[in-house]
Design a protein around this ligand. Structure first.
Ligand code: ADP
Ligand code: MG
Length: 225
């Protein structure tokens, strides 16, 4: 993790959003579960990657200036065959244009509750960890809890308890309860990362998809400064 941070800041002293594979490697080294992601550079490699990670697959546009991929139609879910992935890549590439430098292929995660786990290096408070409701309603509802790390399991649990969306985790309207413990574990680990690496200005796992059998981040963003 240190090596990734130091190398990237040496090459880009002003700081920047890490390339997705570096961001994924960084958070994975803290034991955070991230959906297997393959970086691709064209329709053929996208189709091959889909066969590798498993179908149905997800294709995402990648580019240094593409921050909110869904806003530009840069996320295609539930692609069932390599041919569908190939076509989706061509279509995305044609529509988004040069801002799309490549793509990311993942396997579709199982249905679950979409949450956010994040970190920010605050000017006065130092590192802060955030947990909240994720997905498309995240910014709209801003249902979030913050803590200063280090954060233990009990504290992570109390963060989730503060959220208005907490009932979604314990089984809402006939849905099965999800593995909140795995989500708490992710919060604790993000706390460790933020404590260890002050160069991480901003970290976003949005969403972390929480199912009855675990929690997996499918979108990882890390900004160094
Ligand atoms: P962005 O935040 O840049 O728009 P995301 O990677 O977060 O793009 O994808 C947008 C949405 O697509 C997510 O909130 C989630 O609902 C869905 N999604 C993304 N990746 C996966 C995946 N691997 N499996 C299932 N759903 C996914
Ligand atoms: Mg996202």
């Amino acid at each position: 993790a240190r090596a990734i941070v130091e190398r990237d800041l040496a090459a880009h002293p002003e700081g920047r959003w890490l390339d997705p594979h570096l961001a994924t490697t960084l958070v994975s080294s803290y034991g955070l579960r991230v959906a297997e992601s393959v970086t691709v550079d064209g329709p053929e490699s996208a189709a091959e990657a889909a066969a590798l990670v498993g179908l149905p697959a997800v294709l995402k546009a990648w580019g240094p200036d593409l921050v909110h991929k869904s806003d530009v139609g840069g996320v295609r879910l539930g692609l069932r065959t390599p041919e569908e992935v190939r076509r989706a890549y061509r279509e995305m590439d044609g529509r988004i244009g040069p801002a799309m430098r490549g793509g990311i292929v993942q396997r579709m995660a199982a249905d679950g509750v979409e949450m956010i786990v994040g970190g920010v290096a605050h000017e006065t408070f130092g590192p802060l960890v955030m947990a909240g409701l994720g997905g498309i309603a995240a910014d709209l509802l801003a249902d979030r809890a913050f803590r200063v790390p280090p954060i233990g399991r009990a504290e992570a649990e109390s963060m989730l308890g503060e959220l208005r969306c907490a009932p979604l985790l314990t089984g809402y309207r006939g849905r099965p309860p999800v593995d909140a413990g795995s989500l708490e574990d992710q919060i604790v680990r993000v706390g460790r990362l933020m404590d260890d690496l002050p160069e991480v200005a901003e970290l976003d796992l949005n969403p972390v998809i929480v199912t009855p059998s675990g929690a997996v981040a499918v979108d990882v963003r890390v900004r160094l400064a």
